[in-house]
Design a protein around this ligand. Structure first.
Ligand SMILES: CC(C)(COP(=O)(O)OP(=O)(O)OC[C@H]1O[C@@H](n2cnc3c(N)ncnc32)[C@H](O)[C@@H]1OP(=O)(O)O)[C@@H](O)C(=O)NCCC(=O)NCCS
Length: 185
């Protein structure tokens, strides 16, 4: 099995390979992914292959395939774009991988790595206000609401009301206190 870069023993994160492209293009057509992410419904495997090939040359963009740590089965997509110490996290799971905590596990792995290895100072994410599953994943991974960055976004020809979350690096004692005392939105 391809080497896992990060794992908690249940899910793993590994680098994308060219032969994942077909799976990605098929999985991304799923209705929930179309409803709640910026993924195009017409993305072709060739485009995915090009994007995978370009990833290693991008110093501020990281992309992982989320997989089953035991079997290596492909589960989903996890991405981190970072600049000036601030990282933006995004994710989706293929339809058959949902409902068993895999997204929460994967985001939690990424959070630890982004702070400990990349040395980022804050992670952020946003989601459609109606995306309860994603909001729960964010909260389970330690993110707190950041209403100052809520905004409407023009996505795929529609207006999306989006809600923002943030997670400051834990080495700031004041932020750590804020995380533990903030309840879900
Ligand atoms: C959002 C998504 C990644 C969640 O993946 P998942 O592995 O099923 O999530 P988890 O199993 O870790 O569940 C996390 C929580 O969300 C809840 N949840 C998941 N999907 C839900 C849904 N559709 N409606 C309501 N709650 C949902 C779970 O019950 C769980 O809550 P709990 O532990 O407090 O009971 C997955 O549904 C998905 O890929 N959706 C489409 C793409 C997407 O929305 N990406 C995020 C864009 S911001």
């Amino acid at each position: 099995m391809t080497r896992l870069i990060h794992t908690d023993g249940v899910v793993g994160l590994r680098a994308w390979a060219a032969d994942d492209a077909e799976w990605y293009a098929t999985a991304a057509r799923d209705p929930l992914i179309q409803q709640f992410t910026t993924e195009s419904s017409t993305v072709a495997p060739e485009q995915v292959r090009d994007a995978i090939g370009a990833l290693p040359g991008q110093p501020t963009a990281v992309g992982f395939l989320i997989c089953d740590a035991r079997t290596g089965a492909r589960l989903g997509n996890l991405a981190l774009d970072h600049e000036d110490g601030i990282g933006d996290v995004s994710y989706w799971l293929a339809a058959d991988a949902r409902g068993r905590g895999a997204a929460t596990r994967a985001v939690t792995l990424l959070v630890g790595w982004a702070f400990d290895v990349l040395g980022l100072t804050e992670l952020r994410l946003w989601c459609h206000a109606d995306n309860i599953g994603s909001r729960r994943v964010a909260e389970h991974a330690g993110f707190v609401r950041d209403p100052a960055r809520d905004r409407d976004r023009e996505i795929k020809g529609a207006n999306w009301p989006t809600v923002a979350y943030r997670l400051p690096a834990p080495e700031e004692p004041s932020n750590r206190a804020q995380i533990s005392s903030t309840s879900a939105p």
